[in-house]
Ligand binder design. Sequence first.
Ligand SMILES: Nc1ncnc2c1ncn2[C@@H]1O[C@H](COP(=O)(O)OP(=O)(O)OP(=O)(O)O)[C@@H](O)[C@H]1O
Ligand SMILES: [Mg+2]
Length: 457
Amino acid sequence: MRLSFVDPQTPAPVTNLRLEPAEDRSFQTRAIWGQRDDAYFDLKTRMHRGLIERMTLSGLDRRPPDQVRAEVSELVIAMLQEDAHPLNADELRRLNADLMDELLGYGPLEPLLRDPEISDILVNTAKEVYVDRRGRIEPTTVRFSDEQHLLRVIERIVDKVGRRIDESQPMVDARLPDGSRVNAVVPPIAVDGALLSIRRFARVPYDLPRLVANGTISSPTADLLSGLVKARLNILISGGTGTGKTTLLNAMSEALGEDERIVTIEDAAELQLQQHHVVRMETRPSNIEGRGEVTQRELVKNSLRMRPDRIIVGEVRAGEAFDMLQAMNTGHDGSMTTVHANTPRDALTRLEQMIGMAGVDVSTRSMRAQIASAIQIVIQLKRFSDGARRLVSLQEIEGMEGDVITMQELMRFEQTHIDEAGRVHGRFGWTGIRPRFFETFRTCGLHVPTVLAGPAE
Ligand SMILES: Nc1ncnc2c1ncn2[C@@H]1O[C@H](COP(=O)(O)OP(=O)(O)OP(=O)(O)O)[C@@H](O)[C@H]1O
Ligand SMILES: [Mg+2]
């Protein structure tokens, strides 16, 4: 059906036009990206401006969406008639849905936010939006009308968490209602225009079986990881940016006992632990006068007074590493954290540097000794050229030899080849070294996985 609002011979039955609610349109995103539709984009921008002029915007968020939708579609039909712009029913539906996104949601980002395959949305000024889809970065045709439009969306996000962003405070971390992590940077720090990075998480958090199913780990490794958590070993998950450190930490947390009191400490609360007895703490940046900052370090220290059974630090970045290791060495075993590093050895070096940031006077040797006795397991994650994330190495810290921390690799992923479609193939293999923790497994009555090798896919 084609509804023409311009042809005087066939006046459109505008009053009877029923518009469907803006349902989940994630399936449409690809189609929308496929066609860079400038005329539509201009029309939408005009209509959006028109709505802003004609509607009472204050309190819009609090009104029933159906009521707003009805008002929007009525106004849109009236404006289209004035605008003399013909649209078919599909186009009209899309226009209404997009305008609802503008008024009640995050505008052009909404279709991307609804797409479950997208893990990161990267807005590089109003004119460029990239996404990370299944581990690979790709451009989209999504864009904002202008810098003001992008700033309005950023303000809407930041506003919701009670923060503000402007020239005097040009960088903000925030969170969307669905838990996505947001970072926004505006001029003058952002040189070419505002920047926005959104890290999304799987709607249904990954658990270990799902990570087995998508080839991140093998099934025996999943059993082993659960065992490591149950045996209360201290675990460090290492990986580059976006390699799935937080996701694996979250998945492994399923093995934590329901009867344990778990304290989580994060810069931006991302973990979605399923246990009941979880208390969560989040750092706070300083306010505009430079006061009120609460650091991870303070939170780690504070957590020790909260009778924790386990302490989970989302990611160690600085001096809190010192306090975390001390806690691990003084009876708070079974703690877990992640670190940004490309190899297990690098992860230990990073920890050393971070202890240095704590400003305590310890020799390199005693720093290393502290690391070696605090941490038992280092897990390395990697993102491959095909976008897949995998656990590529599992190492056990043995102890010290002279000044050096010694580790033994128990399991690794070996890449065999890349097929024509660019997919990486390989297998998870057990090195045959007998881990020291097997004794702990036995004393805890935990099953020792016998077959620790399995195909990668
Ligand atoms: N094994 C996996 N398989 C598929 N998708 C994954 C996997 N691990 C993580 N992801 C997805 O990749 C994105 C990044 O994951 P995550 O936040 O866990 O990475 P990270 O290493 O903690 O990143 P950062 O360095 O930013 O802290 C998320 O959207 C997540 O859902
Ligand atoms: Mg993370």
